[in-house]
Design a protein around this ligand. Structure first.
Ligand code: ADP
Ligand code: ADP
Length: 228
């Protein structure tokens, strides 16, 4: 596949702290890449750079040839909504909205009218096996259901990249396995995926490549064999 993400010499300093210390990395279309490393090594900072939630102090972040670090605030907001889908450990759903409206909102924010947005959201709910939960509010959903709603939201705008930060970290093992199956299925139909995790089982299950970070540097890259 062609290159989707290219980081070149990316540094990020927060005052005295160097969170990323010259990261060079390439991710190709259709890959699933897991990023692992000890707490504080820069994993979330790396993901935030790719997501356009944060900018490098030095170096470049290119996504689809777009220099993310040089986008205006408005450009970044558009980039995040159109190119990136994100899922988080704690789901980040809006409690006051139904599951369906949480998902439809992602398309409405990019200018899609409510009815087609809800129609596409419902299609995703059917594909992800949560159609019967569409009208429920997040508070009454199980953790696994909430994460599937979050995945549906992340997929609404057909993102070039799906980014996941500890997506099973708040789930029991059965729900965690379901979310892993879902990520694996998505990657098998071509979704490019970057996954930050402490969980080696999750990395081996879902990713084809492992990037290890320590102290803000890439310390290793390994191909992962598919595991059952
Ligand atoms: P990880 O995700 O691997 O735990 P992070 O990317 O969150 O690591 O953090 C890397 C380093 O940068 C840590 O030392 C952390 O304390 C620091 N850091 C991250 N974000 C900020 C911030 N917004 N302000 C100050 N320091 C930060
Ligand atoms: P604002 O423009 O007010 O910053 P956003 O629309 O960017 O708000 O984000 C609203 C909520 O949706 C936040 O909780 C954020 O974490 C989440 N979010 C933002 N972008 C994405 C995305 N691409 N995929 C999934 N969730 C997202």
């Amino acid at each position: 596949g062609k290159t989707v993400v290219r980081l070149d010499g990316v540094r990020r300093e927060y005052g005295e702290t160097t969170a990323l210390d010259g990261v060079t990395l390439e991710i190709r279309a259709g890959e699933a890449v897991a990023v692992m490393g000890p707490s504080g090594c820069g994993k979330s900072t790396l993901l935030n750079m790719i997501a356009g939630l944060d900018r490098p102090t030095a170096g470049t972040v290119l996504v689809h040839g777009e220099d993310v670090g040089r986008l205006s605030e408005k450009g970044l907001a558009l980039y995040r909504r159109r190119r990136i889908g994100m899922i988080f450990q704690f789901f980040n759903l809006v409690d006051d909205l139904s599951a369906l409206d949480n998902v439809a909102l992602a398309a409405q924010l990019t200018g899609t009218p409510a009815r087609p947005a809800r129609r596409r959201a419902m299609e995703l709910f059917e594909e992800l096996g949560i159609a019967d939960r569409a009208n429920a509010h997040p508070a009454v959903l199980s953790g696994g259901e909430r994460q599937r709603v979050a995945v549906a939201r992340a997929l609404m705008n057909r993102p070039a990249l799906l980014l996941a930060d500890e997506p099973t970290g708040a789930l029991d093992s059965r729900a965690g396995e379901q979310v892993m199956d879902l990520l694996l299925d998505l990657n098998q139909i071509g979704q490019t995926l970057v996954l930050v995790t402490h969980d080696e089982h999750l990395a081996r299950r879902c990713a084809g490549r492992l990037v290890t970070l320590a102290d803000g540097r890439v310390t290793g890259q390994h191909t992962l064999e598919p595991s059952a």
